[in-house]
Design a protein around this ligand. Structure first.
Ligand code: EPZ
Length: 430
């Protein structure tokens, strides 16, 4: 097992380039299952554990996947095994994203129920309900979702709760269905806009992506296409916090600023200076731009944050913002409205001297002058990023174990931070 060791106190400076978005690459790779012929080429695919997992999933189905750096070539014409086994799904819940494409193209699927994870129960009932409304026969046997569908038919579906992968799964199910599907109360995340753009290049007919109502008109078949994954807005936000918490001055390249409105606004209110270095179109969520980030002269001010579905403040930035607020003047109230158990990082941060109280889905953060380095343990992907950020600002050394959580969503995180001047390295745990 590996650990990350970081000695705090260095002001970060220099340039860092943001990778492709994990939460876009995963549905895009799943969507290649819909291509009747040809090879899909995806560019700007990040080198992450979760990407390796979904590649193994598709290869197990009979897909042929070739990777050259950030470029993936995926041929799914020979797929003949519509299964997603427990051994892989248990390591990555987003494997559920193959369910919709498998039912759409092959009319059958056997996908392990993704268990919960550290941050919550993570049910997939809304995915299943929507597919049943489209005519799929679905049963759950021995921990597996078994789906059958002669031909999916268009339906008018309203999500009880806004779900990102639920919206993505049903869009992918609907593109080959017979008739028109309308998804209401759909998620509006930029990664859904990315997915719709790729599916449209494959021949799909989709309207309204990025709004609460998405309409999909089924077509006969889809063909392979090329596509470039959008930049990762959460990685970009994480590096903005890294610049601010270290008191440094960093240029972040390829940040999808138009997709980061609520994050940029909140970080500026806390006291970060965030200056785009090039002009960009507010309505172009998918293009990266360069931005310069530093801590403002007035220091860091506490404020309240409530996580919400897009375009609200993302739950995936909650841990990172909390660490910044732990060093801000005043008291902040953080409400985590999306997941029921996404404060595990608090108990590790308390070992580093934060003054935070958790009451249910609310955390009361009282700013302190300094954090102290300590041995801590990562519990989930974004919590692990938050702990590393805390280590950057802490006095002394922080050793974070269970680094595999971090590697699920950040490619070479410590290497990028080291290139910005951080005293950070990865070590084998004895
Ligand atoms: C996606 O997860 C992301 N993962 C998560 O990122 C992100 O935190 C989350 O959206 C919220 O933005 C990927 O895109 C691969 P949801 P997802 O369905 O789709 C409830 C990361 O760190 N719900 O939008 O699984 C659910 O319990 C990860 O990169 C149901 O009740 O999240 C939650 O309370 C972590 N029934 C809420 O909806 C369902 O059938 C939102 O979950 C589905 C969801």
């Amino acid at each position: 097992m590996e650990s990350i060791v970081v000695k705090g106190g260095r002001k970060l400076s220099g340039e860092v380039i943001i990778d492709g978005a994990k939460n876009s690459a995963l549905p895009l790779i799943a969507a290649t299952l819909l291509a009747e012929n040809g090879s899909c080429c995806l560019d700007n695919v990040p080198d992450l554990r979760d990407i390796n997992t979904i590649i193994r999933l598709l290869e197990g189905m009979g897909a042929v996947v070739q990777r050259q750096g950030r470029r993936l070539e995926i041929k799914t014409t020979a797929v003949d095994n519509c299964q997603a086994p427990y051994e892989l799904v248990k390591t990555m819940r987003a494997s559920i994203l193959v369910l919709g494409p498998l039912l759409a193209r092959f009319g059958q699927a056997r996908v392990s129920l993704p268990g919960g994870c550290a941050i919550g129960a993570r049910p997939v009932n809304l995915h299943i309900k929507g597919l049943e409304m489209m005519g799929a026969k679905i049963s759950v046997e021995h921990g597996y979702i078994i789906g059958q569908a002669e031909c999916l038919t268009g339906a008018d579906i309203t999500f009880d709760v806004t779900t990102v992968t639920g919206t993505e799964n049903l869009i992918m199910a609907a593109v080959l269905a017979d008739g028109v599907t309308t998804l209401r109360n759909a998620a509006r995340e930029p990664e859904i806009v990315d997915l719709a753009a790729f599916l449209r290049k494959m021949g799909a007919q989709i309207e309204g992506e990025g709004t609460h109502t998405v309409t999909i008109t089924g077509v006969e078949k889809l063909s392979a296409a090329e596509y470039q994954v959008m930049p990762d807005r959460i990685e970009a936000g994480t590096f903005m916090v890294a610049a601010g918490i270290s008191g440094g001055d960093v240029v972040i390249k390829n940040a999808p600023l138009a997709a980061m409105g609520s994050v940029v606004t909140k970080l500026q209110e806390i006291g970060l200076k965030i200056e785009p270095l090039t002009t960009y179109k507010e309505d172009d969520l998918l293009t990266g731009v360069a931005v310069r980030v530093s801590r403002g002269a007035e220091g860091l001010r506490g404020l309240d944050i409530k996580t919400m579905p897009y375009p609200g403040f993302p739950t995936d930035m909650q841990a990172q913002a909390m660490v910044l607020l732990a060093l801000a003047d005043g008291t902040s109230v953080i409400s985590e409205t999306v997941f029921e158990n996404r404060f595990m990082h608090v108990f590790e941060l308390q070992r580093m001297g934060v003054d935070i109280e958790v009451e249910g889905r609310t955390a009361i953060v009282r700013g302190v002058a300094m954090l102290s380095g300590a041995p801590v343990m990562a519990s989930d992907l974004r919590a692990s990023a938050g702990l590393v950020l805390a280590g950057l600002a802490a006095e002394g050394e922080t050793v974070m174990s269970r680094v595999y959580h971090l590697d699920r969503g950040y490619a070479g995180f410590e290497k990028k931070l080291r290139s910005l001047g951080a005293d950070i390295r990865r070590v084998e745990e004895n």
